[in-house]
Design a protein. Sequence first.
Lengths: 383, 378
Amino acid sequence: MLLLCLLLPLAASCSPDVTEISDLTLIMAVGIDYDEKTNRYTLSTYNVMPTSQSTERSAKLTGWVVSASGSSLLETARNLRGLVGNRMIWQHNKFALIGEEAARHSFYGIMDFLMRNRQVRLSSYLIVSEGKASDKLNVRSASGDLLSNDLLGKVRNEKEWGKSIMLSIQEVANWQPDPYRGFVTGKVGIASLPADAKDELSLGGGAVFDKGKFKQWIKGDDVLVVQLLSHKNRWRNMEFVVSVGEEADRATLFFKEVGQSIHTGFRNGRPCVDIALSFTATMGEIDRSLPLDNPAEIGKLEQSASRELERRIDKSLAYFQHDVRTDVLGFSELFAQRHPKHWAAAKANWEDIYPTMPVNVHADVKIDRLGMIQYSKGQSDGE
Amino acid sequence: MQEKVSPGAWICLIFSFISGFSTLFLQEAKLLEQDVWLSYLCGIAMSFGVLAVLYLAQRNYPGLSMTEVFDRLLGKQIAKICLCLYLVYILEIQGAAFQALTLFYRTVVLPNTSSGQIILLIALTTAYASSLGLGAIVRTVQVLLCFFLFFMLVIVVFIYKNVTINPFLPLFQHRAPEIAFGGLLSLYFPFGKSIVFCFLFSRVTNRKKLLPSTLIALSLSGLYLFAATYLSFGSLGMNLVQSVTFPFFSAIQLVRFGEYLERIEIMIIGIWTVFTLFEIIVLQFVFMQVFEHIFALKHVRALALPVGLLFFAMSHRSFVHQADLSFYNFRIGPFSTLLPTVVIPLLLLLISLLKRGNRSGEGGPLLASSDDARRPRS
C-alpha cells in the first residue's frame, strides 16, 4: 500500500493538463483588429519558442507573427491553431495592442475576451494602435531585439519623459464600466527612422476612452499632465523635462513630482477642484550664463518654472474639459468618495458640470541641484 | 483516550477552518462594497454569540460531549433528529466546499481535468486525514499555519503597494436592510460554519479559556478577511471586484517582484489549498463524531472512507453548474442553514435554562449539575 502511495506522484503526468515545454509556443504580444463592415476580428500574435538554452543563446531568439480572422475573438484565436505547430499559451503575453477601429467599435467584447481567459494576465499592458494593430507586430525593432522586449523597454522609459502612458488590463477593466470617468491609455504608432528609412514602433501620446470605448487621441504634453495628476505610483519615480523662459534665454530642467494634493469641494453648490503640486528640479541645460550661486537668481528661476508648469497643466486641463469633454483624471471618483451626498445630487448632470467646473492649479518648484557644472561668479560677472 | 486541544491550538484550528475558503468569492463584499466590514462584524458577533450560547448550554454538563448534552437536554429521540440536521448541514456545506474548490481549480489551473477526478482526490485526502484523529489534524495545522502566514504576509505587503486609495471610503453608504442581509451572508459563510466546533468543546483542555480563545480565533479570521477585502478593492478597483469570480486571487495575480518575476500565485494556490482542505477535514471529522453518536458505533475510524465516499457522491451530484453554487450561496444557504446555526442552539439554551430553573426550585442547580457530571458517560 505504501509503495503504491509512493508511486502516486508519478500519476501527475497522466493529467490531461500536462504540457511539455518543448510543445509550447509563447505568445509575447497580441494585436486585435476589427472590421466594422464585415463584422470580423483579426487576431495577430507575436510568438517565440521557449528555450532551455543559456541566456546568451536565448537572446538570439526570433519572433514570428501569425494572423487569423473570425467572427468572434475566441473563434479567431482558435483559428490560429491551424497556423502554429505548437500549443500556444498566453501566460507570458505582456501586450495587448488594440486596433483603432476595434477600440472604437468592439471594445466591450475585446475586454470580455481578455478578462474571461484564464491565461491572459491582468497585469498585461493595453495599448491602442494607430491604424491596424497587426501592422505593428510586423515591425522589426531597429535594435534587433524581440519586439516584445523592445516594447517593454519603451514602457520602462516612460518614467524618463512622461509623454506616454501604459495602463494595465486591470486598470482598464476597472474604469471601463464607469459611466462618469474616462481614462487614457497608451498609443502605439510607427515612426520612420531617418538614418536608414526603417520603421520603428513608437510609444507616445495617449488614447482617450469614454463610456467604454475609444474616443480620441491626445498628445504627449497632455499625457504628461495625466501622469502628474494620477496616483502616486505613477509619478513617484517619473522624471520629465520642461524648458522655462523665452528663446535664447531658456533653461531646461529635470522635474520630479514630490507632492500632490487634490482638494475637491463645493462652492455655492457647484463642485470645484484645487490642485497643489510640488516638484524638485535639477538644472539640465541653460542657453546663457546665469549667476547660479546667487540665491535670488535661483528663486527667480523657481518662480518661472512654477508658472510654466501651471500654464501647461492649466492648458491641458482646459483641453480635457472643453474639447475632449471627458473626465480622464477621475475627478468624479474623488467627488463620489469624498462628498457622497453632494455627488448623489450632482452625478446626473456630471456631463454638464465637468466642462464648466473650476479647477485651480498651483505648482511649487524647488531647484535643489545644479548638475555637474556651476558657473563661477567670475565668469558670470565677466559676461 | 481522546487527545485534548490546548486553547492556542484551538485558535489555530478555528482560524484555519474559517480562513481557507473565506477569501474565495467575497460575495458579501460584492454586495456591500466599502461597508462590508459591518457585515463581517455582524457575522463574527452572531457566530460568537451562538457558540457562547452552546457553551452555556453545555456548561452545566462538564465532562460530557456536545452530542451527549443534546441527549440530556432534548431526550434521545429528538436529539437524534437534531443531530441528523447537523449531519445534513455538514453535507450541505461540504458539498458546496468540494464544488467551490473544484470550480476554482478547473477555472484557474486544471481546465481539462474532470471535476469527478478532483473531487475524488479531495475526498480520499480528507478521508485519510480525518481518520488520523483530531490531534494529528491540530498538529498539522500548527505547523502549516506558519508557512501560510509567512506567504500571506509577503503577498499582502506586495499587494498593498498597488493600493492607491482607501477603498473603504465613504463609510455607511448602504441601507440597514442591505447590511443586515450582508450580516446574514457572513453568518452563513464564513463565520457561522464555526458552529460545528461546538462538537469539539469537550476536547479543549482549559475550559475557562474556551470562549476567549474562540473569540480571538473569530476575530483573527475577521481581520484576515478584512485585509483580503481591503486589498482586493484597493488593488483591483471596486468595479473590477464586482466582475471577477475570485477577487482576492486576481489581486494576488497582480503581484510581481521587480519586472520579470511574476506568476507567483501558483505557490500561493498550493498553500491556500491546504488550508481549504483543513475545513473539509474538520467537517468530515465532526461528521464522523456525530454519526458515531447517533448510530452508537464503536469504531469511528472505519467510517472515514465510507463517509469520504459519501461526500464524494454528494458533491459530484450537487451544484453541477457554477450558477447553482452562486445561487445556493446567495439565496438558499443563508436561510436554510439558520436552523442548525441559530435555531437549535437557542432551543438548547432555552431548555437548559428551563431545566436549571426547575432544578433550582428543587434544591439548586449546581448540585444537580454535579450529579449529572458524575454519571458515567454512555
